[in-house]
Design a protein around this ligand. Structure first.
Ligand SMILES: *[C@@H]1O[C@H](CO)[C@@H](O)[C@H](O)[C@H]1NC(C)=O
Ligand SMILES: *[C@@H]1O[C@H](CO)[C@@H](O)[C@H](O)[C@H]1NC(C)=O
Ligand SMILES: *[C@@H]1O[C@H](CO)[C@@H](O)[C@H](O)[C@H]1NC(C)=O
Ligand SMILES: *[C@@H]1O[C@H](CO)[C@@H](O)[C@H](O)[C@H]1NC(C)=O
Ligand SMILES: *[C@@H]1O[C@H](CO)[C@@H](O)[C@H](O)[C@H]1NC(C)=O
Ligand SMILES: *[C@@H]1O[C@H](CO)[C@@H](O)[C@H](O)[C@H]1NC(C)=O
Ligand SMILES: *[C@@H]1O[C@H](CO)[C@@H](O)[C@H](O)[C@H]1NC(C)=O
Ligand SMILES: *[C@@H]1O[C@H](CO)[C@@H](O)[C@H](O)[C@H]1NC(C)=O
Ligand SMILES: *[C@@H]1O[C@H](CO)[C@@H](O)[C@H](O)[C@H]1NC(C)=O
Length: 735
């Protein structure tokens, strides 16, 4: 079922995203209409705006056609509205004066692997030392709703919201922690029926809850990244997904209400920014100084698989932390292999039992197949197709009489294991372990195995590591901007849940452990809230820069962070690296970007018209000025270079460290056939004041006849001054 559901969702995304006007012409569908108000005609009164929008609708309501219907009259997020119209009516609308763009609303999905039954761990490494626990900061989440009254949303130690807060609660249960609850999904309520929004909210800013655990594993004190910040939920995802018009309405309201940080654990596949409600809404948010964190997507490990690629968004990939819910597999040849399982029943007694591999006989681990295989009392080896597809297999194996189960990854998912709810003793192992088990099976006529339970163990030194599902670059919508930006914890994350998954009774303190970039995104939203609290004057771009230039590519064992294939994770896997919260609080230098700086960048994007740029930036633009993507003041570089080509870019660095500080430019290891020169006005970057800005020039030039046979090369430009290290990743794309 899970597998079926996933493939169904993929089909759904493809059809909704790639057919521009997919419905029959007489059927009403929701379109988003972007308008251009004549210069100087700012409409500030909401009822005047609505009047204007309605006048557009009445212009297209002709003849016997069904009348178009207003869905949302947006106030801030865009100049425009969402309405139900026929294809014909949409075409008429497109040609009306003052209409910039009419696009059918897109559908998006939540970025968990979408089983409410996956289980995981909460990482909590004393990250609050240098911050204010997010006190006074408001984090808005656009998600599947929330569970008011859950202990994670208690308001102990939290002051009332700041006076500027204008939000409201549509259901009861608000307090000083949970200060806003709104629903935008038709025929629904803000209460979370899926658990996803409850989980992401508590990950960003849940308050402390003692003795949180799932199946008695991973227990400890649960808390969000900014435990004293305020939370506001804008429900935009219902039973059948998340729709663009609702997302825009949620953003519109969150911006108006006074949010400081917006977290969106959802996305679609590739979209042009002017056609993407998240990118459009996020741009209005950053214009109001609101930080926007988004999930990178769960479509990895293939390249070009990202969602949420706009440079004004923090795009967050997922890593696995240092906690394991350990079970091991012992084979008859005494070999012991590491695996994981959440369900570790106390009454289980390990003993060697026959090991059987149904796939060897051409059967898989589902109910129907297992009717043809004798698995009674045996340990059953099953192949995993996704990291997280084993719950159904477990039920089938148990029903067929199996005593225990081993799930083995395929090559693609490699070492990426995430735990989930099972109904029998099990161990989910990586690809390499799976191969060892299969070799053993081949080596003997009477294979046996057993599973040993070890409970929750900490300090896995290989952490953090990038997980297979985390979406990868390069960026499709804007190839000159490096994405993802960062990775954070997204595998086996324990956080609040709307109901018990392990039959706990008599408590509202229900938790679940699930995985997805949905889980890493609110971690970074929480981090942004902490930084916003300590640096109220920092822009969203400054906070992003601080998070990115201080990130690390080193794991606990001192080696480079690896990906699912145990290879060093590259910039298309992890962007700048893994988030280092306390370093991000004191980055030394920042790369700042003002909202208007994006205009020449957007105008320079391939095929973008001034109208399309206007849809995003919400002001009249002529596009007389353009810059290459790599010239945006971003803390990373992606540079396409043909033979003999030379490209020069500049960056502006703002000093936020010590008043007097001199940065030296570290040795740059030169890629094949390419020369890179980094220079500043005076060969050294010497600051003499706080907030002083200095320029850096970076010149990339390629030989005329090199023999490069790789698609790209990446490394880092490193600036150092005393305790500060500023890492700037760059990629050369050989063309
Ligand atoms: C609205 O929700 C109720 C309860 O979930 C359901 O029975 C009803 O069919 C829904 N109506 C529409 C129009 O979707
Ligand atoms: C709950 O946590 C508190 C403090 O961490 C501890 O003293 C207590 O023993 C725990 N209770 C249970 C039932 O584990
Ligand atoms: C974990 O759970 C056990 C049993 O409920 C409890 O005794 C222990 O205190 C818990 N540990 C933490 C850190 O809360
Ligand atoms: C993307 O994947 C394809 C196929 O695996 C590979 O040939 C190509 O080099 C990859 N590109 C990048 C930029 O990783
Ligand atoms: C085990 O034997 C089968 C059949 O000969 C073969 O296809 C398979 O590759 C072998 N597996 C391993 C891991 O050696
Ligand atoms: C939870 O309770 C239900 C009903 O009693 C039972 O079928 C199920 O196996 C239980 N699940 C666990 C994990 O104990
Ligand atoms: C990690 O970052 C350092 C710079 O901080 C760089 O020298 C090194 O090549 C990077 N390693 C990988 C595998 O990206
Ligand atoms: C730009 O438009 C041309 C012609 O319509 C098309 O072939 C090309 O793929 C477009 N480029 C991008 C980046 O969308
Ligand atoms: C920074 O340098 C200037 C002159 O170079 C000096 O006047 C000032 O006292 C220095 N500030 C600190 C904090 O060292």
């Amino acid at each position: 079922m899970l597998l079926k559901m996933i493939s169904f969702m993929l089909i759904l995304i493809c059809t909704t995203i790639f057919n521009a006007f997919p419905t029959k012409s007489d059927e009403l569908q929701t379109y988003i209409v972007h308008l251009s108000l004549p210069e100087g005609q700012e409409v500030s009164q909401p009822h005047k705006l609505e009047e204007l929008y309605n006048s557009y609708l009445s212009k297209i309501a002709s003849g016997s056609n069904e009348k178009p219907k207003m869905v949302y009259a947006y106030r801030r997020v865009i100049t425009g509205f969402a309405a139900k119209m026929s294809n014909e009516q949409a075409k008429v609308m497109e040609n009306l004066g003052g209409v910039l763009l009419v696009s059918p609303e897109r559908s998006y999905e939540l970025h968990t692997t979408h089983s409410p039954r996956f289980l995981g761990l909460h990482q909590n490494k004393g990250l609050w030392k240098h911050s204010h626990y997010g006190k006074g900061i408001i984090i808005a989440l656009l998600d599947s709703g929330i569970t008011p009254g859950h202990p994670s949303f208690n308001d102990k130690g939290i002051p009332p919201p700041p006076p500027r807060w204008k939000g409201k609660c549509e259901v009861s249960g608000c307090n000083n922690k949970l200060i806003g609850i709104r629903n935008f999904v038709s025929n629904d309520s803000a209460i979370d029926k899926e658990g996803h929004g409850t989980h992401t909210s508590s990950t960003a800013a849940g308050n402390y809850v003692n003795n949180a655990s799932v199946f008695e594993q991973a227990n400890g004190t649960a808390s969000g990244m900014a435990p004293l910040a305020h939370l506001a939920m804008y429900k935009v995802c219902g039973d059948i997904g998340c729709f663009g018009s609702d997302i825009l309405a949620g953003m519109d309201t969150a911006i108006e209400d006074g949010a400081d940080v917006i977290s969106l654990s959802l996305g679609g596949m590739f979209l042009h920014f002017y056609d993407d409600s998240i990118a459009i809404g996020a741009f209005t948010a950053i214009k109001s100084g609101i930080f926007v964190s988004c999930s990178a997507g769960n479509s990895g490990p293939g390249n070009n698989s990202l969602a949420n690629e706009a440079p004004w968004i923090l795009t967050v990939g997922a890593s696995k932390t240092d906690r394991r819910i350990r079970t091991t597999v012992t084979l008859g040849n005494k070999k012991i292999l590491n695996g994981e399982a959440l369900y570790q029943p106390k009454n289980y007694r390990p003993k060697f039992r026959p090991l059987v591999y149904p796939a060897e006989m051409g059967y898989s681990c589902n109910r129907e197949s297992l009717k043809h295989v004798d698995v009674k009392g045996k340990v059953v080896l099953c192949d995993a197709y996704f990291e997280l597809a084993g719950s159904e297999m477990g039920e089938a194996v148990k029903e067929a009489g199996g005593a225990a189960m081993i799930i083995a990854n395929d090559k693609r998912t490699g070492n990426s294991v995430a735990v989930e709810v099972q109904v029998l003793p099990s161990s989910h192992v990586g690809y390499r372990e799976g191969v060892a088990i299969k070799k053993y099976l081949n080596s003997t006529s009477a294979p046996v195995a057993t599973i040993i339970q070890h409970g929750t163990v900490l300090n896995a030194k290989s952490a953090p590591m990038v997980t297979a599902f985390s979406s990868r670059g390069p960026n499709v919508a804007s190839p000159g901007i490096m994405k993802p930006d960062i990775v954070g914890p997204g595998v086996d994350i324990l956080a609040a849940w709307h109901k018990s998954v392990d039959n706990k009774t008599g408590t509202q303190a229900t938790f679940n452990i699930i995985s997805g970039t949905s889980m890493s995104c609110p971690h970074l939203a929480g981090v942004a809230a902490l930084l916003k609290s300590t640096h109220p004057d920092w822009s969203p771009a400054a906070i992003k820069s601080a998070i990115m230039t201080t990130a690390s590519n080193v794991s606990l064992n001192g080696r480079y962070i690896v990906n699912e294939r145990d290879l060093p994770a590259d910039v298309f896997d992890i962007g700048s690296g893994h988030v280092e919260v306390s370093k991000a609080n004191d980055p030394g230098l920042i790369f700042d970007i003002q909202p208007d700086d994006y205009i020449p960048y957007l105008c320079g994007l391939k095929n973008y018209t001034a109208k399309q740029v206007q849809v995003i930036v919400k002001k009249t633009v002529s596009c007389s000025e353009t810059i290459p993507e790599a010239q945006l003041n971003y803390p990373s570089f992606v540079v396409e270079l043909k033979r003999c080509e030379r490209k020069e870019y500049s960056r502006t660095l703002t000093n936020v460290g010590f008043e007097n500080s001199t940065y030296t430019i570290g040795d740059i290891s030169l890629p094949q056939g390419v020369d890179i020169k980094v220079s500043s006005h005076s060969q050294q970057l010497s600051f003499t004041a706080l907030h002083q800005k200095l320029a850096l020039r970076v010149i990339f030039s390629r030989d005329c006849k090199d023999r490069v046979n790789v698609p790209y090369y990446y490394n880092f430009i490193v600036l150092k001054s005393g305790k500060y290290t500023v890492r700037i990743p760059y990629v050369i794309m050989y063309k």
